[in-house]
Write a protein that binds this ligand. Structure first.
Ligand code: G3H
Ligand code: 13P
Ligand code: ZN
Length: 330
């Protein structure tokens, strides 16, 4: 069933686990995500970026995610906008039936200029004001996660200031806050070892003891998955992801949602490359998309177990957006 983000985030926060948030662009990815959730009895965020919305021409992904919810009414599924960068995009997502939105006020709409604290706050407040009457949950971002995003160019990491985080949430009481502690999007997150600012993360949690925190850029980029891509004709040098034990440490200190996209891209690409090399005679789309979907499902199941969300789905009392409106009105 589609549920508001807050229901899952609050449950994860209270029970010291994190819900995995996985990006989807097409049917196979949505199926892999929901199958992994069903098989591990996990709640899950299926998240859609602006690029994914555009690629899927808005209504296709909406209906595919709704189909997943119809097929698996027992799974608490949050349909989430990833990195929305304007009130207009948020309005589009809510109009489509999304149950959760992220407003990323780290850069302006052009993706070229950093928004000030005040500008980010004002944008986030306008989204809160718009989303609340619909019962839709809101995630904001403070600080800058590195890497490449839609139209954003390459962003420098800017670690979140704990005092600013406290002030931000006081003024804009969002359902969750994405913080930057050294991760970045993509397959090359570190030039050496994975180093996260755990002290900063723990200080943010100390100052915001009731706010679920979100970790972006959290793919682990496993060497064995990259090796499959490279063995079968790919070229992915200098990859380095986030260590899972370090992620687990953040989950003990208020991180309740962990975003993973790159690992899914790598695992599907590897499976498809392998299939093409091993079966140069085949040309049935289902024959290579099927194994890619299975490989994605298995990777996601591993993350759900590692993040502690496995087995938590049936413990969440599912509510719809209509009921969430009353929740927020309290
Ligand atoms: O945060 C970025 C996600 O990995 C989505 O990437 O904007 O290329 O769809 P995308
Ligand atoms: P990765 O690039 O590490 O998978 O991060 C994904 C993400 O943060 C999506 O919002
Ligand atoms: Zn992100």
């Amino acid at each position: 069933m589609l549920v508001p983000g807050k229901i899952v985030l609050d449950h994860a926060f209270a029970n010291h686990y994190a819900v995995g948030a996985f990006n989807a662009n097409n049917m196979e990815q949505v199926q892999a995500i929901v199958d992994a959730a069903a098989e591990t009895q996990s709640p899950v965020f299926i998240q859609v970026s602006r690029g994914a919305l555009k690629y899927s021409r808005l209504i296709y992904l909406k209906h595919i995610i709704q189909a997943a919810a119809e097929e698996h009414p027992e799974v608490p599924i949050v349909m989430h906008l990833d990195h929305g960068n304007s009130l207009e995009v948020v309005k589009t997502a809510i109009g489509l039936g999304f149950t959760s939105v992220m407003i990323d006020g780290s850069l302006d709409e052009s993706g070229k200029k950093a928004l000030s604290f005040e500008e980010n706050l004002a944008l986030t407040k306008s989204v809160l004001e718009y989303a609340r009457p619909f019962g839709v949950s809101v995630e904001a971002e403070l600080g800058t996660i590195g890497g490449v995003e839609d139209g954003a160019g390459v962003k420098r990491i800017h670690v979140t200031d704990p005092a600013q985080a406290e002030e931000f949430v006081k003024q804009a009481p969002v359902d969750s806050l994405a913080i930057a502690i050294g991760t970045s999007h993509g397959a090359t997150k570190f030039s050496g070892e994975c180093v996260l600012a755990h002290d900063v993360q723990q200080e943010i949690h100390r100052r915001l003891p009731h706010t679920p925190l979100v970790m972006h850029g959290s793919s682990s980029v496993p060497e064995e998955l990259v090796a499959i891509v490279n063995t079968y004709g790919g070229k992915m040098p200098n990859t380095k992801g986030v260590d899972i034990p370090q992620l687990q440490q953040t989950i003990q200190h208020g991180v309740s949602k962990v975003n993973v996209d790159t690992d899914g891209r790598i695992v599907m690409t590897g499976a498809i490359r392998k299939f093409f090399v091993e079966h140069p005679d085949k040309f049935d789309v289902r024959e290579y998309m099927g194994p890619a979907r299975d490989a994605l499902r298995d990777m996601i199941k591993g993350r759900m177990i590692a993040f502690g969300s496995a087995g938590q789905g049936p413990k969440i009392k599912q509510i719809n957006l209509e009921q969430a409106k009353q929740f927020y009105a309290r």
